[in-house]
Design a protein around this ligand. Sequence first.
Ligand code: ADP
Ligand code: MG
Length: 454
Amino acid sequence: MNDVGTATALLDLRGVRKTFRTPERRERTVLEGVDFRLEEGEIVALLGKSGSGKSTLLRIMAGLIGANGGDVKYRGAHMTGPAKGIAMVFQSFALFPWLTVQENVELGLEAAGVGTAEREARATEAIDLIGLGGFESAYPKELSGGMRQRVGFARALVMRPDVLLLDEPFSALDVLTSETLREDLLELWDERKIPTKGILLVSHNIEEAVSMADRVLVFSSDPGRVKAEIRVGLPRPRDVESAAFRQIVDEVYTLMTAHVRGGGAGAAEQLTLGYRLPDTTPGKLAGLLETVAEAPFHGRADLPQLAEETELEDDALFHLFEGLRVLGLARIAAGDIFLTTAGQSFVEADDARRKEMFAEILVKNIPLAAHIRRVLDERKDHRAPEDRFLQELQDYLTDDEAERVLEIAITWGRYAEIFDYDYNSGVLMLPEEVVEEMEAEEEQKVETGSDTHE
Ligand code: ADP
Ligand code: MG
């Protein structure tokens, strides 16, 4: 720990905890033990999976919602409500479609009681600063995505914020647009054209985080907390092709894919019924396995290189990595992903054999899949409504997440043909072939006079 503790941080969070109540009045802990400091003069990036609580944390920092525990300070003072010096930019732009650019930007000042003349002058200044000069009277729908987000930035900058909280502001933009906007923001920051003293950027793009931030924090899920930190000691603008930059990107990948639970090499992870299955499909999992197996990787791939090759978003890629890992088809170590023996056999197998392998793995490794199958096996008619499983999942997850997780389990299970699902009735059932097989077996038993008889 370096001791900068004497200086007052812009933001200082200690042991922050946040719980939400599900509609069934169960309590869910989203954040637990979050420690975080934003010092004067720094840009910090926060990387983490979706659903890990990053937006919730930002809203707590902005004073928009309260924490259930711990301590939140802004410039040494306890947070009691929306903080005046803190402005936010959202992924969704959040503009009012019926207001012009100028009106959208002035809105916050109006709410703060700033007079008309000053409002106008400051909005014009902010609009110019972010490169939207000339578009003051345009409506959001007349603007491209990149320009809309510039309005989002102008609306934050017009408040002359001390602290800027950016919640994935570049995620909805295409690569080039987000790059220019990032560069423009960094220029304003590095050349001190804005009075902002600290920036916190939430991102799910590793390269974006490393190209902007002085420190990159890796956030964990369930519950969310700051898991690790990497300092980026490179001058800006940064050369994303340089060896030093690539090295840091590599380190971040390694940290993000290192799972703390599970223990020693080879030790199978003990998942629970409520384990959040990664949002991906068997087809995509197989596709990634094939890519890793083929040239130029030949079974072992450097993660950033694989990201580039597949052109997948980091978020999608991490879901795939996690899927392959929990299925035991691939492992990750030292910034590389490599196929396990099972993964290698899977790639070499034909479609029919792949399904069989997938079925065996699901029942062995994924408690939810095994549970569904067991229930269907035991039921006389081999059918069960999905609500039954949703209710069980709600002990672990919110309604939305329970639905998402069950849907993934259904997609995986149907591919493996361990169960089937009727989308009209919402009923899960054993596949017909399986039922026929079971019945044939039963008959055989009766005919040969098995030991259950008399
Ligand atoms: P992230 O930004 O990392 O994707 P969020 O902070 O948006 O994550 O959400 C974290 C978790 O908290 C999610 O499971 C989400 O469903 C839950 N959550 C967020 N806001 C609320 C709320 N107002 N009520 C109930 N649950 C919420
Ligand atoms: Mg979010």
